[in-house]
Design a binder for this molecule. Structure first.
Ligand code: GDP
Ligand code: IMO
Ligand code: MG
Length: 467
């Protein structure tokens, strides 16, 4: 997108959306953009809850934000939007991780429509997942799906409800319903003792929420837009985890895509501008489900499933990025990219970049600009690969099938030479081979790569276009 067009779109919301299976580096991208925002600009989250884990390095320290928008270190206003599910205890605890020198309470607000995640939602999530056995989704266990389920069952508690006199009564009634389900459906008897601590945290969090500014998302966004200020909508999860357009059923429970900004904030589609898509230079995935370019295929999927001994298991002799064994390459890539879940610590499954999937995501999200992260992680390879096409039923295609699980996909790869330099030390320019890789992606994907990530910290970025 040209400089002129970006300016023209000033009165629209810019969604920042993950183009893969989450963990693309959205947090860092948002923080980077937020550092150029002023105090009347606005950053909102519009969906998801503390299943998200957005990592930011700021002033030499690492922070993982789950509910708080990643622009917290800038000056912009911060809003937790209507489409979110908020665990009040987790939210309060997360605010405690923000350093004292950052003042944020006066610029933070919450939508009254946002759903409250209760301790019994978390129990329902973990118990139901356990009982699914081999059919589990691999949820983060944060109660996300049961919280959204209560929304569609039309019985959820919302932030606006905490100001009503009957809040505690409604909480108790819903909690009882959850316990009934646990007992009758899952044969699990929830003990008051196991819920006591989390209920205490819940109500402390509710008190904290009461102290914040509660305002409808549409109101705060429209005020910012009509004042000519910038509005960034920070996506959580990624396109392939969207509840409808992701790889169902291995998805989360919200609309993670750019149009989710409309329903997540209560705004017309006409206010949503082109998005900035965030993608990794390779692919990762946490949880279950098909993954066409996975290094080591099903063996890797099974290996990463077992959470308990995950770290222990990978202490075997230093895995080789250039091994002939793809499974070992996958382990080495995980290690090189520190691909361990920011929320659950689970091993992230690893694989090559998948152009058909990213193209699908770019189309859905109208991504005019891209942020490419973790290019530095590919440093140690002798040869890197990109999946440019699929072969499905003997046909070469770039089209993503409706259901990845059922299509018999064979990936077609293109090889690329690797740069010798450590990218994070390279400063503001990319070495020739890395630049060729970036340019190939731009051409193939039909969008400009505005930033290239060359390391985890704030300054590890090569800025290619003005924004
Ligand atoms: P998000 O959920 O999309 O915000 O991404 P996560 O924070 O879950 O995962 C991204 C991980 O990659 C984090 O550990 C980041 O610190 C790290 N990261 C982000 N960009 C880069 C990059 O360009 N290079 C490297 N090496 N790490 C990065
Ligand atoms: P960020 O915002 C990666 C995955 C889980 C599981 C599925 C459903 O950090 O990119 P849920 O708890 O939502 O019911 O889990 O979605 N998942 C994520 N994977 N990054 C995330 O968020 C994720 N949030 C959920 O692993 O497969
Ligand atoms: Mg993450």
């Amino acid at each position: 997108m040209t400089r002129k067009n970006v300016r023209k779109n000033k009165s629209k919301i810019t969604p920042i959306i993950g183009l893969q299976w989450g963990d693309e580096g959205k947090g860092k991208g948002v923080a980077r953009i937020a550092s150029n925002l002023s105090k009347n600009d606005l950053i909102v989250r519009f969906q998801g809850g503390n299943n998200a884990g957005h990592t930011i390095w700021h002033a030499g320290k690492c922070y993982v934000f789950k509910l708080i928008p990643s622009g917290i270190f800038g000056q912009a206003q911060i809003h937790l939007g209507a489409g979110m599910v908020i665990n009040p205890g987790a939210f309060l605890q997360e605010t405690g991780t923000i350093p004292k020198y950052v003042s944020f309470l006066d610029r933070m607000s919450v939508s009254p429509h946002a759903i409250l995640t209760m301790p019994t939602h978390i129990l329902l999530d973990s118990i139901s997942e356990k009982q699914k056995g081999g059919k589990k989704i691999g949820s983060t266990g944060r109660g996300i799906s049961p919280s959204y389920t209560d929304l569609t069952l039309r019985r959820a508690l919302r932030v606006g409800d905490i100001f009503q006199n009957d809040f505690k009564k409604r909480y108790a009634a819903l909690s009882r319903e959850h316990k009934k389900t646990l007992l009758n459906v899952f044969k699990y008897k929830a003990k008051d003792k196991e819920l006591r601590e989390s209920e205490k945290n819940f109500f402390q969090g509710v008190e904290f929420l009461r102290s914040l500014r509660v305002i409808q998302s549409a109101e705060i966004v429209e005020a910012a837009l009509s004042g000519g200020h910038k509005v960034i909508a920070e996506g959580a999860q990624g396109t392939l985890l969207d509840v409808r357009f992701g790889n169902y059923p291995f998805v989360t429970s919200s609309h993670t895509i750019a149009s989710g900004v409309g329903t997540g904030l209560g705004l017309p589609p006409s206010l949503i501008g082109p998005s900035i898509g965030v993608l990794k230079a390779y692919t990762t995935k946490v949880g279950e489900g098909p993954f066409p370019t996975e290094l080591g295929g099903i063996k890797s999927a099974i290996w990463c499933r077992d959470e308990k001994s995950a770290y222990e298991k990978e202490k075997f002799p230093e895995p080789d990025l250039n091994s002939q064994d793809e499974f070992e390459q996958g382990v080495a890539l995980r290690k090189a990219g520190s691909e361990f879940g920011a929320v659950t610590g689970r091993l992230r499954r690893t694989g090559w970049l998948d152009i058909p999937l990213v193209k699908y995501a770019i189309k859905i999200n109208n991504s005019a600009e891209l942020i490419l992260t973790k290019l530095d992680v590919l440093n140690g390879f002798k040869k890197i690969k990109i999946c440019t096409h699929y072969f499905i039923n003997g046909h070469r295609t770039q089209k993503t099938p409706f259901d990845l699980s059922r299509a018999k996909i064979k990936c077609v790869y293109k090889n690329f030479p690797v740069w010798k330099e450590e990218l994070s030390d390279y400063g503001k320019k990319l070495p020739k081979e890395a630049l060729n890789y970036v340019k190939f992606l731009e051409k193939e994907l039909g969008a400009k790569i505005i930033y290239v990530g060359t390391g985890p910290e704030e300054h590890h970025v090569v800025e290619r276009y003005w924004r």
